[in-house]
Design a binder for this molecule. Structure first.
Ligand code: GLN
Length: 306
C-alpha cells in the first residue's frame, strides 16, 4: 500500500501546480476557498489509512455527490427506469452545458455525471417530499462514511440563489417529460446534495466502498449492490472528470469523480479509496493539483486499471 512519507512528498510536488488553477467563483460561497490547500487520504479495503496535508479540513462534495445519488437511485428504481431518463454516453461538452439536450434525440441527458443528468437522477430519489428524499440521501451518505455527515447551509443557499443555468436545464427536461414535479423543490434538494460536507478521510472511505464492490470494508455490510458499484465506477471512468475524462483515463487510469469545490474521489478496484481536496481548478473544473497528485500516485503504485 501507500507510504506516508512518499505521500507527503507527492503532495508537495503537486501543490506547486495550484498556482496555475483558479477557485470556482460561480457559486459565491466557494470563492473564499484557499487555492493553495491540498490534502489527501487513502483508505484501503484492509482498513488501513494514510494521509498528507490537512486531511481533516471539510469541503463540499459538489459533483462528487452525483455518483452517490446515482448509486442510491439505481438501487431504488433499477437500471431500466433510471436509464430510460438518463443516458450512458460521455460528452465533450462542459458539465453545465444545455446544448445536447436540444440537439441529441431523444432529449434526455447524455449521462448522470453532467448537471442535466444529475438533476434527472436526483429527481428519482424515492420519497413523498423534499424532506423525505433528503433524509434518505443523507442517511445513505452517513452509512457510506460511517460518520455523522451533514451539509453546509451557506453553500447550499448560495448555489440556490444563483443556479439559473440548472433551473433552465430542469425546465427544459420537465417540458420533455424527463423530470416531474416541482422544479424549485428539485433545486433545493440538488443544492443540498451538492453542499454535503466532509473531509478527505470520509471521502476516501466512500471510494473504498466502491473499490470493495459495494461492501463496507469495516463491517463487511453490502451498502451498495455489486452491480450498482460496477456501474458507478464505469461512469467514473467514462464521465467522472468531465470533458477531460479521456486524458485522465490515459494519464491516471483510476475511476474518479471530481467536484468544483476541488474534491476528487478515487476508487482503485480491489485496493483502496482516495479522497483529495485542492480547490484550485483547471479550465474544465477539476482540481489541478489533485489531478497531478493522482497522476504521481497512480504511476508510483501502478494503480491504472488499464
Ligand atoms: N453544484 C454544482 C453545479 O451544479 C456542481 C458542479 C460541479 O461540481 N461540477 O453547478
Amino acid at each position: 500500500m501507500a507510504n506516508q512519507d512518499l505521500l507527503g512528498e507527492l503532495v508537495d510536488i503537486a501543490r506547486s501546480f495550484a498556482t496555475y488553477g483558479k477557485v470556482a467563483d460561480y457559486i459565491p460561497a466557494l470563492r473564499d476557498q484557499n487555492p493553495d490547500d491540498l490534502a489527501i487520504s487513502i483508505y484501503s479495503i484492509e482498513n488501513e489509512s494514510y494521509y498528507a496535508g490537512d486531511h481533516l479540513k471539510k469541503f463540499t462534495l459538489q459533483s462528487i455527490s452525483k455518483v452517490i445519488a446515482l448509486a442510491l437511485v439505481l438501487m431504488d428504481n433499477g437500471e431500466e427506469e433510471v436509464f430510460s431518463r438518463v443516458g450512458m454516453e460521455p460528452t465533450g461538452d462542459p458539465f453545465n452545458s444545455i446544448a445536447k439536450l436540444e440537439t441529441h434525440k431523444p432529449s434526455k441527458p447524455l449521462n448522470p455525471m453532467i448537471n442535466a443528468g444529475a438533476l434527472a437522477v436526483t429527481n428519482m430519489i424515492s420519497g413523498n417530499s423534499v424532506v423525505e428524499k433528503w433524509d434518505r440521501l443523507i442517511e445513505f451518505i452517513c452509512h457510506l462514511t460511517g460518520q455523522k455527515v451533514t451539509y453546509n447551509e451557506d453553500v447550499a443557499y448560495s448555489e440556490l440563489q444563483t443556479a439559473n443555468l440548472n433551473r433552465s436545464l430542469c425546465y427544459f427536461m420537465k417540458q420533455h417529460g424527463v423530470i416531474s414535479g416541482n422544479v424549485e423543490d428539485l433545486l433545493v434538494l440538488y443544492t443540498k446534495q451538492c453542499a454535503v460536507e466532509m473531509n478527505c478521510m470520509d471521502l476516501a472511505k466512500i471510494g473504498a466502498v466502491f473499490a470493495n464492490d459495494g461492501a463496507d470494508p469495516e463491517s463487511g455490510k453490502q451498502l451498495i449492490t455489486k452491480d450498482v458499484a460496477r456501474i458507478c465506477k464505469t461512469f467514473m471512468v467514462t464521465c467522472g472528470m468531465y470533458n477531460s475524462s479521456g486524458e485522465f483515463a490515459i494519464k491516471v487510469g483510476i475511476p474518479a469523480k471530481s467536484g468544483v469545490s476541488g474534491g476528487i474521489m478515487g476508487s482503485v478496484p480491489g485496493k483502496c479509496g482516495i479522497g483529495i481536496f485542492g480547490p484550485a481548478l483547471d479550465e474544465v473544473g477539476n482540481s489541478i493539483a489533485g489531478v497531478k497528485l493522482l497522476e504521481g500516485l497512480s504511476g508510483k503504485y501502478s494503480w491504472s486499471i488499464f
